[in-house]
Design a protein around this ligand. Structure first.
Ligand code: FAD
Length: 399
């Protein structure tokens, strides 16, 4: 494994860093306070070519390697982990189509994302099926006319209020079925220039094929407030065979493939956020003086800064190893994807907690960025599988 970045990767990084500095970091607290979904930033990211990185070249996508993708997501998250989550969710929803869809499905469901700045949602979690996704009850069932119809409710779905397509994992035949399918439900396009980003309401989407999608009110969240999260209900939606990805009994295997791909992406979000917490804390403790010296020069405070730096660097190494192994299709990729996700989540929570502490009372004030970062960090340890689920995956392999 080579830690040197290629010229192309360096250029990508440079472009993303400048974009993040200009469009996000310079006004992050104002953006967060505004409560509006930053669809214009998503559009600019799309213009720049840093969205939809997993889409295959056969449909004119970037088909970018996983290490470069992780670096881009990490840099976006350095600006804001909510925006990075929203961007990453497009690949989360679309990767399975690229991996297991036919050429016709890739053309139908992926090409629109290459042509326009659209958002997609990945629909797995349900109110009674969170960590245990095998308990899901959303289901496709054949009617008397021999056609499948999709029914069920998903919750905590990123991008839902603005999504133009939904990738849905569901049971086949009945809620208690052992088989999981992956189906794609396209919806009318939601465009950045016409979407109501200020206060999106509940959304009802009647579909031409019959049935409707109901999007709930956007969740009011502790952190990652610049990402959009809402519940999605699918009501009697007709699903053609061309909307079922791969074999309709192998959805669980496809889900594992997607999560192996996605966990390093979440790790990248964690590393970006942790490094941002380290950098804002370094800047603060270089400025702030007590007992006649800078806080960063006090031995115990410096030890804390060193501990934060170590967490960031170790998480970065775990991320790179996981991205490399997933890219190579190594047999133990899942374990390292889980490791990277856990270590990065720990780094994000540790660096924001210690960073806030080193800010003293000022860190508790909303006008300091560390107060935002500590709220954002909590979810890294939860979404894409809580810490205990990652440990379950690692433990199973270990013994
Ligand atoms: C902002 C946000 C965005 C999200 N985006 C998406 C999305 O786009 N698509 C999607 O499908 N989902 C999404 N999710 C859902 C997310 O993946 C789930 O919240 C997560 O998987 C945990 O499920 P749960 O919330 O039901 O928690 P539960 O499964 O109820 O777990 C609660 C707690 O129980 C404990 N626990 C659970 N399982 C175990 C175990 N095996 N051993 C020991 N302890 C355990 C853990 O402490 C855990 O934190 C999102 C969530 C949030 C908050």
């Amino acid at each position: 494994m080579d830690f040197n970045l290629s010229e192309e990767q360096k250029q990508y990084l440079d472009t993303v860093r400048r974009f993040v500095g200009r469009e996000i970091s310079s006004r992050i607290l104002t953006l967060e306070k505004g409560h509006a979904f930053p669809f214009d930033i998503i559009r600019k990211a799309w213009d720049l070519g840093i969205l939809n990185l997993s889409i295959p070249e056969s449909v004119k996508g970037y088909s970018l390697d996983l290490i470069s993708t992780a670096l881009i997501i990490r840099e976006l998250s350095y600006g804001d982990s909510g925006i990075a989550t929203s961007a990453m969710c497009n690949d989360l929803a679309n990767a399975v189509i690229g991996m297991h869809g036919t050429e016709a499905q890739q053309q139908a469901f992926l090409a629109p994302f290459v042509e326009r700045p659209l958002l997609a949602s990945f629909c797995l979690t349900e109110p009674w099926a969170g960590s245990d996704n095998s308990a899901m009850t959303t289901c496709i069932r054949k009617g008397k006319d021999g056609k499948y119809r999709l029914n069920g409710t998903k919750c905590f779905i990123t991008n839902a209020s603005f999504a133009s397509q939904f990738t849905v994992f569901c049971k086949v035949g009945k809620p208690a079925s052992p088989f999981i399918a992956c189906v794609v439900v396209p919806a009318p396009a939601v465009k950045p220039d016409t979407a109501d980003t200020g206060s999106p309401a509940c959304r009802e989407i009647p579909l031409p094929c019959g049935g409707r999608i109901l999007i709930g009110k956007p969740e009011d969240k502790l952190g990652q407030r610049l990402s959009n999260t809402a519940a999605v209900t699918f009501e009697d939606i007709e699903i053609g065979d061309d909307q079922i990805i791969g074999d309709r009994r192998l959805g669980f295997q496809y889900l594992t493939d997607v999560l192996d791909y996605a966990r390093p992406m979440v790790a990248a979000i964690g590393v970006g956020l942790a490094r941002r917490a380290l950098d804002v804390t370094l800047a603060y403790t270089r400025e702030r003086r007590q007992f006649g010296q800078r806080i960063c020069d006090m031995p115990v405070a410096r030890e804390t800064l060193v501990a934060m730096w170590k967490r960031v660097e170790l998480a970065e190494m775990a991320l790179m190893k996981a991205a490399f192994l997933v890219q190579e299709g190594a047999p133990d990729r899942g374990v390292y994807a889980s490791l990277a996700k856990n270590i990065a989540a720990e780094a994000a929570v540790f660096c924001t907690t210690e960073g806030l502490h080193l800010h003293g009372g000022y860190g508790f004030m909303m006008e300091y960025e560390i107060a935002k970062l500590i709220r954002d960090a909590q979810i890294i340890d939860i979404y894409e599988g809580v810490r205990e689920v990652q440990n379950m995956i690692i433990g199973r392999e270990l013994v």
